[in-house]
Design a protein around this ligand. Structure first.
Ligand code: IMP
Ligand code: MG
Length: 188
């Protein structure tokens, strides 16, 4: 049987659907174990929009009492595939995080600017504990001093899409993580 053709904007699949599901299941268990006794419940703070699908899969595998506090950070401008300047917090968490056990969730740690900005903001809110989970990390670029507690996969320094990650706000619905084809970049 012939292999299913990939969409024309996909160069190659980096992480399959099965690999994602397996690792997210492991991460959920690691996170629950690591928090241990909770003050009252866990507060998940996903950085939107990129962490949307990771969040949805992760939270359904965490059998603890939890609530959500959504946070939106400005993404790359338009068709760029490299971060430029300082990320802006467009929508801050609407619930009170004082004294809370918080898990910050991001899709990918690239230059680390986004996570640095967001953790600085959260640390001013008097949390009980803050831990960070990121699905992907580009270790050749991520600053070594930026410690994340849970990492799904370390990947090469390529621009990836799918499973929530976008290019120009497209391709988030791919069920796998794929490297975007060179020609697709800049085309729009
Ligand atoms: P950082 O601030 O440079 O660490 O970038 C983090 C944000 O940039 C992520 O939350 C993503 O939204 C975006 N990003 C970084 N690398 C990629 C990529 O390869 N594909 C899609 N989005 C990316
Ligand atoms: Mg993005």
């Amino acid at each position: 049987m012939a292999a299913k053709a990939l969409p024309d904007f996909v160069d190659r699949i980096l992480i399959t659907e099965e690999q994602l599901q397996g690792r997210v299941t492991e991460m959920a268990a690691e996170i629950v174990r690591s928090f241990g006794e909770l003050e009252s419940h866990l507060t998940l703070v996903p950085i939107l929009h990129g962490s949307l699908i990771f969040l949805a899969d992760l939270m359904r595998r965490m059998p603890v009492k939890m609530e959500l506090g959504l946070l939106t950070v400005s993404s790359y401008p338009g068709t760029a595939t490299a971060s430029t300047g300082a990320p802006e917090i467009l929508m801050d968490v609407a619930i009170d995080l004082k004294g809370r056990d918080v898990l910050l969730i991001d899709d990918i740690l690239d230059t680390g600017r986004t996570l640095r900005k967001v953790t600085q903001r959260l640390q001013r809110k008097g949390l009980r504990r803050l831990k960070i989970a990121t699905l992907l990390r580009k270790p050749t670029k991520a600053p070594p001093e930026l410690i994340v507690d849970f990492v799904g996969f370390d990947i090469e320094d390529a621009f990836v899409v799918g499973y929530g990650l976008d290019y120009n706000n497209y391709y988030r619905n791919l069920p796998y993580i794929a490297v975007l084809k060179e020609g697709a970049v800049g085309g729009a």
